[in-house]
Design a protein around this ligand. Structure first.
Ligand code: NAP
Length: 443
């Protein structure tokens, strides 16, 4: 690719054309020539088209993704230049830019490669088989890209099931910022594949949640998981919210109604985390009756964000006495008020020892990679807790959990919560029972 089109080639055009012509003579399936050089190249070929080589005529925009009308004009110019295959690559400033590119590719009359560069453009590379795209680009090794945002071939084939995507595929994805670290695509896509369910689950790097839902409003976009920092904003975009999610004030699962197109919001974090904590008591033989093992216990929640609310509400619903310890005390007080509990500061938590046998749940990102040496609580007070849960799942064994175990507490990992909340989401997305064994194995 010449420097004038964003590439690295600095030589003369005749040598470049000779090389492309040689590729055609040697049986290349495709060659790619820039729109700016297409006229000159076709003159150079002088009407000769050796072999069955298809000519891709391409245009690259490293600044933005123009409006639909401008993109349409670009496609017409590429087509008029003699392209067998139209190609344009633009740059995503926002994930909603990709919708315009899908709009163009799905209506194009000749084969088209329409891609949006950058992380916000990733879905253009993953979902092009659904929207009429001719091909996508994958790298052989992670990071060795020829344009920003390219996934590896291994990710395309084995993480995103690229070969299984077709025009009927329902799209699901995780909305977050950042989001590339999420393991959810791995879980859901493996399960879709094993169940023979025609769905594709992708990473969705979203800046503006209402704008996202407004832009991707077709039934093709069937369901979403929501992660930091979008769980509260997602709730406000839903037409109908499950009563529990409404009380928590956050949704982590949004389904588009198949019949009415409305957005329905749920909170499966609550179920995932509380079930995992209850299971810890059951596994260790502490409780066995129909009454929740959390009933009557003092349950300390660190954090008052989406996960904090889910844990606090869930603990309260199981009959626990709830204490909220949050960095922003006012936010902690507000949540404590909702669940009828007490609020303390993070500093107070360091010497909090109201009774023995308490339950501790960290719902902040303290201890998350790369800052794995951090812990929200000094080790000396951990002996007052019977069960310690950490919502952080990367790393699986956080410093908090390691020290809690050393102090004799039973531990519940963020991975246990992640798997539990994913079971619920899978069933809501597909109407099929979650493949629990598979989820456990993958995680
Ligand atoms: P969120 O809504 O943004 O809330 C974050 C909470 O953490 C807030 O209460 C915030 O306090 C507190 N916080 C953040 N950084 C802090 C710091 N450096 N020191 C003290 N407090 C801090 O986020 P979220 O959705 O609840 O998620 C929180 C964590 O839970 C993340 O690590 C996420 O990965 C994890 N999570 C795990 C699962 C799972 O399935 N395992 C599910 C959901 C979430 P302020 O109020 O003072 O800002």
């Amino acid at each position: 690719r010449p420097i004038w089109e964003g590439g690295r080639y600095n030589g003369d055009e005749t040598s470049r054309f000779d090389a492309l012509r040689l590729a055609m003579d040697l049986g290349a399936n495709h060659i790619d020539i820039e729109l700016k050089a297409a006229h000159e190249f076709y003159s150079y070929l002088n009407g000769e088209r050796p072999g069955r080589c298809k000519i891709i005529v391409s245009s690259h925009n490293y600044d933005c993704t123009p409006e639909v009308e401008e993109l349409g004009n670009l496609v017409a110019r590429i087509q008029a230049a003699g392209a067998d295959i139209v190609k344009f690559a633009t740059t995503a400033l926002n994930i909603t830019d990709v919708a315009r590119v899908f709009q163009i590719s799905v209506h194009c009359q000749i084969p088209i490669i329409a891609l949006v560069m950058g992380e916000r453009g990733l879905i253009s590379r993953l979902l092009c088989p659904k929207f009429g795209g001719y091909l996508t680009f994958g790298t052989l090794e992670a990071g060795k890209v020829s344009a920003p945002g390219q996934p590896t071939i291994d990710e395309l084939l084995n993480l995103y099931n690229f070969r299984l995507i077709n025009t009927d595929t329902k799209i699901y994805g995780i909305i977050g910022k950042p989001v590339s670290q999420s393991k959810s695509p791995k879980l859901f896509n493996r399960a879709f594949k094993e169940d023979g369910y025609n769905g594709a689950y992708v990473h969705l790097l979203v800046d503006d949640v209402p704008q996202f839902f407004k832009t991707y409003a077709s039934p093709d976009f069937a369901g979403f998981s929501c992660t930091m920092p979008h769980k509260e904003a997602a709730l406000s975009c839903c037409d109908d919210v499950d009563p529990i999610a409404k009380s928590i004030g956050a949704v982590n699962c949004v389904i588009r109604g198949a019949n009415d197109g409305k957005l329905y919001g749920y909170n499966t974090d609550y179920i995932g985390a509380i079930c995992a904590i209850e299971n810890a008591f059951k596994v260790f033989g502490v409780a066995g009756s129909s009454r929740s093992p959390l009933s009557g216990k003092l349950f300390v929640v660190i954090g008052a964000g989406g996960a904090g609310r889910a844990l606090a509400y869930g603990a309260k619903a199981k009959g626990a006495r709830v204490v909220i310890a949050n960095r922003t005390l006012d936010r902690g007080r507000e949540l404590a008020g909702i669940v009828g509990g007490e609020a303390i500061s993070l500093a107070e938590l360091g010497s909090y020892r109201a009774e023995s046998g308490m339950i501790l749940a960290n719902t902040t990102s303290i201890g998350m990679a790369p800052r794995v040496e951090e812990s929200p609580v000094p080790k000396e007070v951990l002996k007052y807790y019977e069960v310690v849960f950490d919502a952080v799942y990367s790393p699986r064994m956080t410093r908090l959990l390691r020290e809690a175990e050393e102090c004799g507490a039973k531990i519940v990992t963020g991975l246990d919560m992640l798997i539990g909340q994913a079971y619920e989401q899978y069933e809501r997305f597909t109407g099929l029972p979650a493949p629990k064994q598979l989820f456990q194995e993958i995680m």
